[in-house]
Design a protein around this ligand. Structure first.
Ligand code: FAD
Length: 150
């Protein structure tokens, strides 16, 4: 483990979207979320990925435990989503999204299908196992969309 990776944690959660309105309004809000995320996360050395469909957000956040906890406190209070369920919060040996302060994944039809299918099938039960599954699907989508390497 490099010194950078000491105390490295990964947090995976999903939440219910509370952004209402036509597609262009929703798209603008998502763009605003990504912009502030990329700014704050760069400063905090947090990396990760966000995926969204009309009903659900899922996000992977990676960083130092204390910084991650502080950032997540802020994220949880955001009224643009609710019912935040943490599925995974454990130390990890390395970052899965090292070059992304916040990658927005799931732009492709295949990505959206994979994400939708996961929610339907599992209902996101059994927190840890599903956290690992959600993480690996998000990683697969990012690889498929050529945002990260296998
Ligand atoms: P300020 O910008 O000062 O806002 C104050 C409050 O208003 C906060 O509670 C904020 O959440 C809320 N707010 C801000 N803009 C709006 C709006 N347009 N509509 C309604 N409420 C609003 N931030 C990160 O830094 N990193 C992330 O990785 C990250 N991921 C996110 C993922 C999701 C799914 C969502 C919904 C938000 C995410 N955010 C992320 C944004 C985060 O919740 C904060 O809005 C942001 O960090 C700014 O925090 P602040 O305390 O400076 O809030």
């Amino acid at each position: 483990m490099t010194p950078d990776n000491r105390d490295l944690y990964r947090l995976v959660y999903y939440s219910r979207n509370r952004i209402e309105g036509p597609d262009d309004v929703v798209s603008r809000e998502i763009a605003a979320i990504l912009e502030i995320s990329q700014l704050n996360n760069t400063a905090d050395e947090i990396t990760g990925a966000l995926i969204f469909n009309s009903g659900i957000f899922a996000q992977v956040l990676e960083g130092r435990r204390d910084v991650l906890e502080q950032g997540f406190e802020r994220i949880q209070r955001d009224p643009r989503h609710s019912d935040v369920h943490v599925l995974f919060f454990f130390p990890v040996p390395e970052r899965a999204f090292p070059n992304w302060s916040m990658a927005f994944i799931g732009r492709s039809r295949r990505g959206q299908n994979l994400f939708a299918h996961l929610g339907d099938k599992t209902g996101f039960e059994e927190a840890r196992m599903q956290g690992e599954r959600l993480f690996s699907i998000m990683r697969e989508i990012a690889i498929d969309e050529e945002l990260i390497e296998a």
